[in-house]
Design a protein around this ligand. Sequence first.
Ligand code: GLA
Length: 383
Amino acid sequence: MVVLRQEFIKRFKHEPVLFRSPGRVNLIGEHTDYNKGFVLPASINLEMFFAIAPNASEKCRIFSYDLNESDEFSIKELKESEKRWNNYIIGVVAQFIKGHYKIGGFDCVFGGQIPIGAGLSSSAALECGIAYALNDLFRLNIDKLTLVKMAQKAEHEFAKVNCGIMDQFSSILGRENNAIMLDCQNLDNKYIPLNYTDDYALIIINSGVSHFHAISEYNKRIKECQTGVNFINKKEKRKFNSLRELDLDLIQRYKNTLDPIIYKRCQYVIEENERVLEASKALENGDIKKFGALMYQSHEGLKNLFDVSCKELDFLVDQTKTNSNVLGARMTGGGFGGCTINIVKKEFSDDFIKEISAEYKRKFSIKLKYYLTQIVNGTNKIF
Ligand code: GLA
């Protein structure tokens, strides 16, 4: 953070205000958010930091510290940038302009520890940090949920990913040592304390496979799910809005007529929603074994029915199955690469990391990165 502030002063010759915005891990409930289902994310201590201040002009001058790249744009003329990272920022600014909020130009230096393309929502952290900072700096009094929605829209319109609301919700509304049980249909939510942390560690393992190529597959999954709903609506003469409103009994009736791929997608989402409900109950009851078992089932569904895993993620999850010190493991995030999460008996964490790193190196010649995760508060200003 200190280096970002120094860099800001060196470049822009005035004093910045400092903000932070966390990435997220999703404990269970994958690809359910855009199907109006349930998710269980938590914001993590891999974060993005911002040194930012208005500059009394219409210009925005941005420096990405980690990439050592700068870019500029005018708030009067917002268009996509060739610098991919800046589209997340421009996308957020566009939401303020669209909403007729009064903002001016600003200078910003940002950077952080969230690996890019690893399924830990570096993009949401960037969007949410900028949205939160602009709201604060221009004294707009926008409530947090509206900021969440603005950040999500930025992703749709400028990053071209039709994502659900989970990542942005978690980044802004995360709470220390709690997961958020979020109903993406009506945004009802409740914090569930993670009481297991005395005995178990939540370890994130980065496969090193980037999911950047996966945007088109992600958007394809959204369409496939909608196709399933449309099919059932036509057959049933009903108006279901999303897979959230369907159940297994209903889709099973169409097992022979529904396209097999679409059937698998629908089955996965319906089952995963059930799992999130069970998993949050298990967490509340302190039943971490049950929670772990549900994580494995979730991974199986993502692998076999939703087809968003990859051989590296499957290997990492499979390795844990014979290790009695691991209660559960699954891929987390959009998939096609990125990370797995693992619930591991604390005292065996080091052994676990050593063993799995060696196996992974042997198999894929990739050096594993891992993160001993803490659950932290959502986006805020650093005083
Ligand atoms: C990405 C999206 C989220 C969610 C997950 C999959 O992270 O941004 O909205 O759909 O994938 O659960």
